[in-house]
Design a protein around this ligand. Structure first.
Ligand SMILES: C[S@@+](CC[C@H](N)C(=O)[O-])C[C@H]1O[C@@H](n2cnc3c(N)ncnc32)[C@H](O)[C@@H]1O
Length: 356
């Protein structure tokens, strides 16, 4: 039976020739390195509608989700199969991860994927000749990925484990860890917490070096903008997400995009961000929103001397109090949030102050 596809949307002018794709625009280094404080999915990553069912009794589950984790059902770490189409058909995302995996993974390696979803990234590692362990916490996705991997003839090379990746410890050391729980600004998903916990567990279990992480680095950036929040004559300043391009209709850049955190997953990973970023206005105008941009360095191809990058969707958060600025005006952007936190919590803190 022909199943109905998505309804065709209105024709949108993407202005492809003027797009500045973040991957080719943003420097990988240097960006300010935020010293670790003691205490830092966009529309295509919607929060799930219902909690995940518990693991079936007698299943081979390892470290299944406990009642203590129930708050996490609300935060977007659970992404039902229903939403994985968006991730699978996101060619920028899939091809960037495939290129990174093809660059880093060598035949015979042991690769661990944390948060395997449908198993697509594990399949890339398996096709490179690696032995792969794919950890997934959502039972429906454990079942689905096992089926997809078998259909693709990869079930003898990929073992799907039902477990919480923050608690999972492999039987033996691994060469590469792939983890894509990435949301703009590291909100909503728990990339930071999961890799932090994994590293701690791994170091307790094994001596020696940590594996290579894909991604290697996430660069978190912010920028003051004027955003058009008018919809058919109706003004409604709401958070919005858009493709990772800087030049777009309706968004005017008022100062440079600046990095506030440079997260190297092999180093200490911050969980809290308290940002006060000084900058100078490039043009006069009204700042009514901050745009958040996250660029991930998935791997570095040493032979080609090239970084393989992937940018999350950009997020634009309206300010409670818009502020007018002059050209060359000094100002400070302020916001604070925790990694894995909600968009709403971050939004409550965003502010811009002018400086003399
Ligand atoms: C953004 S999706 C990516 C899925 C897949 N890696 C891909 O690239 O298509 C993140 C996946 O991580 C899983 N996940 C989130 N937190 C997890 C945890 N603590 N342990 C294991 N899996 C987790 C989610 O259920 C989801 O399938």
């Amino acid at each position: 039976m022909h199943s109905p596809g998505p309804r065709p949307g209105p024709r949108i002018s993407l202005a492809l020739n003027t797009r500045r794709l973040l991957g080719s625009q943003l420097p990988v280094v240097p960006v300010p390195h935020i010293p670790s404080p003691q205490g830092a999915v966009a529309l295509n990553r919607p929060a799930p509608l219902v909690p995940s069912p518990a693991a079936p009794a007698g299943s081979a589950s390892q470290n299944p989700v406990s009642a203590a984790d129930s708050d996490e059902h609300l935060l977007g770490q659970y992404i039902p199969l229903l939403y994985h189409y968006n991730m699978l058909q996101d060619a920028d995302r899939v091809q960037a991860f495939q290129a990174a995996i093809n660059t880093v993974v060598q035949p015979g390696m042991h690769v661990l994927e944390l948060g395997g979803g449908t198993g697509i990234l594990s399949s890339f590692a398996a096709r490179r000749g690696a032995r792969v362990t794919c950890v997934e916490r959502l039972p429906a996705l454990v079942e689905a990925s096992r089926g997809f991997l078998a259909d693709n003839g990869l079930d003898d090379r990929v073992t799907v484990v039902h477990a919480d990746a923050a608690r999972y410890v492999p039987d033996s050391p691994v060469d590469v860890v792939v983890c894509e729980m990435l949301h703009v600004a590291l909100l909503r998903e728990k990339q930071a917490q999961v890799i932090r916990a994994f590293k701690q567990n791994y170091r307790s279990a094994f001596d020696g070096a940590l594996p290579t992480f894909i991604p290697e680095v996430s660069i978190l950036m912010a920028q003051p903008v004027h955003q058009c929040f008018d919809f058919a004559g109706y003004h409604a300043p709401v958070p919005s997400f858009h493709a990772p391009v800087l030049e777009r209709e309706g968004t005017a850049e008022l100062a440079a995009l600046s990095a506030y955190a440079n997260i190297d997953y092999a180093e200490t990973i911050p969980l809290d961000f308290a940002v006060a970023m000084r900058m100078k206005a490039d043009v006069a105008g009204q700042i009514n929103a901050l745009r958040f941009v996250t660029q991930n360095v998935l791997a570095v191809d040493m032979q080609k001397q090239q970084a393989i990058t992937w940018a999350n969707q950009c997020m634009v958060l309206p300010l409670a109090t818009p502020i007018s600025i002059d050209k060359d005006q000094n100002m400070v952007l302020r916001f604070a949030y925790g990694a894995g936190g909600t968009v709403e919590d971050l939004q409550q803190t965003v502010a811009v102050e002018t400086l003399a």
